[in-house]
Design a protein around this ligand. Structure first.
Ligand code: RAM
Length: 360
């Protein structure tokens, strides 16, 4: 039997009691020691790099938003990897990227269903913590991917690329396009999104370099990963700042909506737009001159790495501690970094010369 009856009992109890309240009251302690002081929730016990990968597991994927093509691609990558590993995949999640209570409910549902592991892209760094700790105390491994929670609320975070690299390179890309001069704005996703907020901090830091002294960040707007809201926010930015020279949108939904607005406006090609987008969403806007260059990683690879990390955790090959290594199938060997972070690799910059080589 793959799980103890103790675990089944406690998971069943989790289903019927208001654990969120109970856990808050007792300071979030759990039956297993899930968190070291300030570190990631690397489970007690030692990793066995030679442990055999378990089969017949169920891994639940909980993206920020289910009807977002970026997550569809990412989660399909997870699904394919799980199939190859002889395990099962399921996906649950809210349709809005600002439904944090919905995400909490989905975490609780996966816990009640006694999945072996869950891969979560958090809409908010703190909101899911109690529910995720409850999952871990029920012997469920928790991997965040794409957007992290706090380190003590998961076993490992599968990061798309270095957050610092992403933030700095987006500013560099825009600066080159506008000749290092003029007003710029950021069109982000949800105001609480851990990933976008981390990148934006690095963008602001990058802008402190004297070479950007003639560039001014005038506003950070939030389109909530909603196409219509992002479109309207772009329109609003141009109305409010008629001298705007460029926009960085570090969200696939935002950059697509901003490109759509700009391409149909008098600002096309004049107000520069870069950020994070999928080649399939952005192809037409690169070809029609609205966008010169933008970047992204391969979302399917991110999902695949999240799935392989989850299986490695359940199998005991890794616990989430810094320095542990594991082989993620054909993707090769990965080493866990500080705070349980596993980084996928370097993002790709897409422009007219290479965009047709990509199909996602
Ligand atoms: C959106 C989401 C996701 C982010 C990408 C770049 O799809 O906000 O979290 O990583 O954009």
């Amino acid at each position: 039997m793959r799980k103890s009856s103790l675990r089944r009992t406690s998971a069943a109890l989790a289903a019927v009691t208001s654990l969120a309240l109970a856990l808050t009251a007792c300071g979030g302690t759990t039956k297993k020691d899930v968190a070291g002081e300030g570190g990631s929730a690397a489970a007690a016990g030692k990793a066995d790099p030679n442990a055999e990968l378990k089969k017949g597991l169920t891994v639940g994927f909980l993206p920020k938003q289910v009807n977002n093509p970026y997550f569809t691609t990412a989660d399909k990558g997870g699904e394919a990897a799980l199939k190859e590993l002889g395990s099962s995949y399921k996906e649950v999640g809210p349709s809005s990227a600002t439904d944090t209570s919905g995400q909490v409910s989905y975490v609780n549902t996966l816990t009640q269903q006694q999945v072996d592991a869950m891969a979560v892209s958090a809409q908010d760094p703190g909101a899911l913590c109690t529910a995720l700790k409850q999952a871990m105390s029920n012997d469920i491994k928790v991997v965040t991917y794409d957007s992290d929670t706090k380190p003590e609320c998961r076993n490992a975070f599968v990061s798309q690329a270095s957050a610092e690299d992403l933030g700095r390179t987006e500013v560099q890309l825009l600066a080159e396009q506008i000749g290092y001069k003029g007003e710029i704005a950021i069109l982000s996703a949800a105001q609480t999104a851990t990933n976008q907020n981390t990148w934006i901090e690095f963008m602001k830091d990058e802008l402190k370099d004297p070479k950007y002294k003639d560039m001014k960040l005038v506003k950070v707007a939030y389109g909530n990963d909603d196409a219509q809201a992002s479109f309207q926010q772009t329109q609003g930015l141009l109305q409010e700042y008629p001298n705007l020279k460029g926009i960085i949108s570090p969200t696939t939904v935002g950059i697509k909506a901003a490109a759509q607005y700009l391409s149909g406006s008098k600002y096309k090609g004049k107000v520069k737009l870069t950020g994070l987008g999928t080649p399939n969403d952005m192809r037409n806007y690169v070809k029609d001159g609205t966008v010169e260059a933008f970047e992204l990683w391969d979302p399917a690879k991110l999902g695949e790495l999240a799935a392989r990390t989850a299986v490695a955790l359940v199998s005991g090959q890794i616990t989430g501690k810094e320095g542990e290594t594991f082989t993620a199938g054909d993707m090769g060997e990965y080493t866990i970094g500080k705070d349980g972070v596993i980084s996928l690799g370097k993002p790709t910059v897409f422009d007219a010369d290479n965009i047709d080589q990509y199909n996602f």
